[in-house]
Design a binder for this molecule. Sequence first.
Ligand code: HEM
Length: 387
Amino acid sequence: MSSVLTWGAGLVGAWLPTFLVVLFTTVLVLNVFGRRPKNFPSGMMILPVVGSLLSMPRGPTMEMLRGLRKKYGDIASFGIFGNRVVVVSSTSLLKEVFALRATADRPEIVFTTVRNRILTDNRISDIGVVGTNGQIWQEQRRFMLHHLRDLGFGKSSYEPVMVEEIAELLDDLEREDGRPLQMKLMGVMFDLFVAGMETTSSSLTTIVHLMTKHPHVQRRVQEELDEVVGRDRLPSFSDMERLPYVQATIHEALRILNLIKLSLPHMTAEDCKLGGYDIPKGTWLMGNLDDAHRNPEYWKNAGTFDPQNFLDENGKFKKNNAFVPFGVGKRVCPGEPLARLELFLFFSHLFQRFTFTLVEEHRPLIETNPMFNTPPDYTARAKYRTK
Ligand code: HEM
């Protein structure tokens, strides 16, 4: 017995100094490097190099980000590798924070790195709008908006071009005459038209899926189209104001799709004060669009697909400040007017002519990825509506 005790004491004796050194170093690292800057938003423990990976070994997940908002409120923080990340929630704070020039920078994101490698063999890093900063971003964004406007994108003058494309889609659907269609195929056709705009095709795919799942909404959409437009001509952009249910349905589908749920990452261009906190230059910012779209504080029926979320008691279209699928502030999506026009025309033309039913759902909407939601994959049938 006593020899066991002596052996045990020897072991403790041998290991104790090492243990104390490790403990001291850990406390020092946590205290010196892990310490948040003064008046920085509270949140998860942030260590040098690994950030908050000890608390989230699989990286940031949706549960973790939602938990962060619940626990720490409208402005909370975590770390990912060497970067401090501040998550901004609440519609008023989102608008306040992202209206500032100081929050309009973009950190280097994988998309731009890969794109620059492909397009310029990494020789030029300052190309395009999505990943550039400062004066170059401002110039290129202005250039892009100017030319989009010149081409008539997002305005009714662009309507005839778009209507021609939609007519081709309608002809194809008519030829299929109720045979099951892979909606991915429709997405690909749409992609071609908008030159690879995954966003708009994902939205359209989701809207059609939601219509097959909510046939009473589809019927009401068709009734309104019949009442306001009739069947003898195609719906036009100028009908939009008189189609509140159609508009509400498109908005509600975008809310449910919640496509780019934490917007694209931003970065502070200088030290600044946000929501009462001091945020150093180079801090990553994420706009919590997910919370805006799901929080019952902002919506009559937050948890379900319900176009009433965008209608007042008289059936008139009602805007909602928490509807932010295109982001907010200085870097708000410049394609928004074009996307809105496309979605309105495709949706109204399709449902004026066809009734969609679900044949098989291969995969529902995937919401687990913290950056993007993936639209559902399904086979549907488009049946030509007889008068
Ligand atoms: C339903 C369709 C769409 C959705 C939901 C959407 C959403 C978004 C969001 C959330 C952002 C990030 C905003 C931010 O960083 O604060 C963004 C940026 C951007 N979008 Fe869209 N978008 C859509 C369609 C389009 C289209 C059709 C175009 C092109 C014509 C487009 C071009 C861009 C560009 C260039 C940026 C980067 C802007 C910048 O960094 O200054 N988007 N979009």
